[in-house]
Design a protein around this ligand. Structure first.
Ligand code: NAG
Length: 206
């Protein structure tokens, strides 16, 4: 738990550096196309609407394997996995956790995240920007509980139950990438922790 606090505190320094909303679409849909000869709108090229089919709006998701050092697995349903949600400003992720599995502190600069726990018990939290003194809000969530992580703020989820846990996250952006600066900070923190506290490596692999 202390490691989580530590990471949250340091990552707070990089929070809210990049924050923007996805713009509203100007057409019914703009299914992301791989081809480069489409019409560029905002994000990906659009597939010719005449060639769009139901499959473009469909995706099947299986549980992610959690037998890795962090004990968690985020299965993304972003625009790269579901072309039909291009320009719609929304995305989804399924997060599987082994016991003690951690979805390490991170932000989605463009997206708010709303999470529902389908199974297990999660300790979740986010830290506010320094305008608000970097306050940490945390809560233990059980099956059926819903929690929201406001746009751009650093947040995490840790499985504190005895069994596995599963949660579904809805995101208000089709792009959920971390900023380069945050990636760099996460890597530095990881190196630091691996160097000074090898026993904690389970919690810090990114
Ligand atoms: C997450 O789960 C998928 C599907 O089981 C698997 O292919 C992938 O390697 C897993 N990722 C990690 C980091 O364990």
């Amino acid at each position: 738990m202390k490691v989580v606090y530590f990471l949250v505190a340091i990552l707070a320094l990089t929070s809210s550096l990049v924050s923007a909303y996805d713009p509203s679409p100007l057409q019914d849909f703009c299914v992301a196309a791989k081809e480069k000869d489409g019409v560029f709108v905002n994000g990906k090229f659009c597939k010719d609407p005449k060639l769009v089919k139901a499959e473009d709006f469909f995706r099947h998701v299986e549980p992610g394997k959690t037998d890795n050092p962090v004990g968690s697995n985020v299965t993304q349903v972003f625009v790269d996995q579901l072309p039909g949600l291009n320009t719609l400003g929304i995305a989804l992720a399924r997060i599987d956790f082994a016991p003690k599995g951690l979805n390490a502190p991170h932000t989605h600069p463009r997206g708010t995240e709303i999470l529902i726990v389908l199974e297990g018990t999660l300790y979740v939290g986010f830290v506010t920007s320094n305008q608000d003194g970097n306050r940490l809000f945390t809560k233990v969530l059980n099956k059926g509980d819903v929690f929201v992580f406001p746009i751009g703020l650093i947040h995490f989820q840790l499985n504190v139950g005895y069994g596995n846990a599963v949660a579904i996250a809805g995101l208000s952006s089709q792009n959920q990438e971390l900023s380069l600066l945050q990636m760099l900070c996460l890597k530095l923190i990881r190196l630091f922790l691996l160097r000074f506290s090898p026993k904690l490596s389970r919690w810090t692999r990114l």
